[in-house]
Design a protein around this ligand. Structure first.
Ligand code: HEM
Ligand SMILES: [Cu+2]
Length: 544
């Protein structure tokens, strides 16, 4: 009896043991717990989306496509895309790492609106459940883009419930963005000026602007499509005076910026990892910070590059082509500055840094092939081919997911109080990188050779590259499964994490691991510049 009492009083208070039982989690207003709720739920969605991906790749193992019927195949790639984009990639970093870290990094007790934060998670779960139920009741086969008139007039699958599921989840994204913006404006600790904010915060600020300004547009667009489908109100139907291409404008007005909702938070992670593992102040802090805002603003001006062959005027196409090239500039600024930071730094190759390298390489390939697509002539040749598939997977899987995994490893000790097993993590980072390239690089070639996207069968001459791609996907899948196991393992058996295992700078490392429910014992006062690695006392902290 007496010993238990002593042990309990010795056990440090953390956000994890601040309350027990399911109810204390489901009704929590602590941003850190909500982050964990998101982490668990988006992992489930990632697994479902990944399962569909494997079925797609298995179908494409043979030219005749012997696994499923054409109709089923249409549903597979539609549901894969819808789940991955709306229920995994968009919430991935902002709702998990962002939720967990934004208040810690600015020195606040919580996000500005804790109850709305919890509501966001419920909206995400409700939207996701609607989509999943509809998928298992027969699915949807319009592609993740829901293009009209296909979605409104022709198909008879579950367009309405899935579109409404995405609509509901949209509110989750809007509220998360709002919460992050207000927290950054109003709740910074004394001395945490805008020019001292971690770049993680700048990137999340920019991504949140897009969430708040863009999401309402796609939400209303999906409602209009649902209304059109149910009541033929004539917004998108030319026979009733509507315009089917209008749907594409509205859809891409959100969905191009949405790709930056996925990639900016990933850049946020890389901007933290690179200085830490090179022990240097980031090169050109102001440029990296402002490039995030530049990406967010320019990202809204390029949507019609998805519509070069949809019947827009050549003048409009020229303008959108030019603007698309401009977006490459702020992205290139970031890549340049990360690389310059590494120059002559003492680089240590731990797992988060391996993911950062992976991100920079793959994002560069993804971004450069975007320039090919922004070229009007080239786009006509490769539009709707596997070249486009490879391009956006390099950005979204090679970029966004690399950043997400790198960030999860980097902050895992802070979130859970345990270290992950470094050797296993390195092995899985290697598998992810090799598997990824083997999966998607052949698709650039396939697209260039003319293999169209969204077909369940193909000409025999494309088979070799497709087999390579499917083999790569299997390696990738193993690479993704590893962390699931060793992270869970580490919760019980991992080494106890020190407060600052990487000797990193930043307020989140100055509180205990895992942090107490109220984050900081006393409000921190910031008197130093961001990323001051050169002037930081280099005390020896064990790094595992
Ligand atoms: C930085 C992050 C980027 C992400 C996350 C991204 C993502 C995507 C996605 C998801 C698609 C496919 C949409 C579909 O399903 O049809 C796509 C297509 C396209 N992207 Fe990107 N992209 C990025 C950067 C760029 C850049 C920098 C450019 C131009 C400079 C660009 C130009 C294009 C074009 C022109 C298409 C349409 C191609 C076609 O359908 O023919 N992208 N991108
Ligand atoms: Cu785009």
């Amino acid at each position: 009896m007496a010993t238990t009492a002593i042990n309990q009083s010795v056990e440090k208070e953390t956000y994890l043991n601040a309350g027990y039982g399911l109810k204390s989690w489901l009704l929590t207003k602590d941003h850190k717990r909500i982050a964990i709720l998101y982490l668990i739920s988006i992992t489930v969605f990632f697994a479902i989306g990944g399962f569909f991906a494997m079925l797609i790749r298995l179908e494409l193992l043979t030219p005749a496509g012997d696994l499923v019927e054409a109709d089923t195949y249409n549903k597979l790639f539609s549901m894969h895309g819808i789940i991955m984009v709306f229920f995994f990639l968009i919430p991935s970093i902002p709702a998990t790492l962002g939720n967990f870290l934004v208040p810690l990094m600015v020195g606040a007790k919580d996000l500005a609106f804790p109850r709305i934060n919890l509501l966001s998670w419920y909206l995400y779960i409700i939207g996701g459940t609607m989509a999943l139920v509809a998928m298992f009741m027969g699915g949807v086969d319009t592609g993740w883009t829901f293009y009209t008139p296909l979605s409104t007039e022709y198909v008879n699958t579950n367009v309405i419930p899935v579109a409404l599921g995405v609509f509901v989840a949209g509110f989750s994204s809007i509220f998360t963005g709002l919460n992050i913006i207000v927290t950054i404006h109003r709740m910074r600790a004394p001395g945490m000026t805008w020019s001292r904010l971690p770049l993680f915060i700048w990137s999340h600020y920019a991504a949140s602007l897009i969430m708040v300004l863009g999401t309402p547009v796609v939400a209303i667009t999906l409602v209009l499509a649902a209304l059109e489908r149910a009541f033929h109100i004539g917004i998108f139907n030319p026979q009733l005076g509507g315009d089917p291409v209008l749907f594409q404008h509205l859809f891409w007005f959100y969905s191009h910026p949405a790709v930056y909702i996925m990639i900016l938070p990933s850049m946020a992670v890389i901007s933290e990892i690179v200085p830490c593992f090179t022990r240097k102040r980031i090169f050109g802090y102001e440029f990296v910070a402002l490039s995030s805002i530049g990406i967010a603003v320019l990202g809204f001006l390029v949507w019609a590059h998805h519509m070069f062959v949809a019947g827009i005027s050549v003048y409009a196409a020229l303008v959108f082509s030019l603007l698309s090239y401009l977006v490459a500039i702020p992205s290139a600024v970031k890549v340049f500055n990360w690389t310059a930071t590494m120059f002559k730094g003492s680089i240590s190759f731990e797992t988060p840094m391996l993911y950062a390298f992976g991100f920079i390489g793959l994002f560069t390939i993804g971004g450069l092939t975007g320039l090919f697509l922004a070229n009007l002539g080239v786009d006509i040749h490769v539009h709707d081919t596997y070249f486009v598939i490879a391009h956006f997977h390099y950005i979204m899987v090679g970029g966004a997911i690399m950043g997400y995994l790198g960030g999860l490893h980097f902050w895992w000790p802070k979130m859970t109080g345990r270290m992950y097993p470094e050797a296993w993590a390195k092995l899985s980072a290697l598998l992810v990188f090799v598997g990824f390239n083997l999966t998607f690089f052949p698709q650039f070639v396939l697209g260039y050779m003319g293999m169209p996207r969204r077909y369940h069968a193909y000409a025999p001459e494309f088979q070799v590259l497709n087999v390579l791609s499917t083999a790569g996907a299997s390696v990738l899948a193993v690479g993704y499964l590893f962390p699931l196991f060793y992270f869970l393992w580490s919760l019980k058996y991992g080494q106890i994490a020190p407060n600052n295992p990487y000797n990193a700078v930043g307020l989140e490392w100055m509180t205990q691991s895992p942090p107490p429910a109220h984050n900081f014992d006393k409000t921190p006062v910031v008197t130093w510049e961001a990323y001051d690695y050169e002037n930081q006392p280099q005390e020896e902290v064990p790094v595992v």
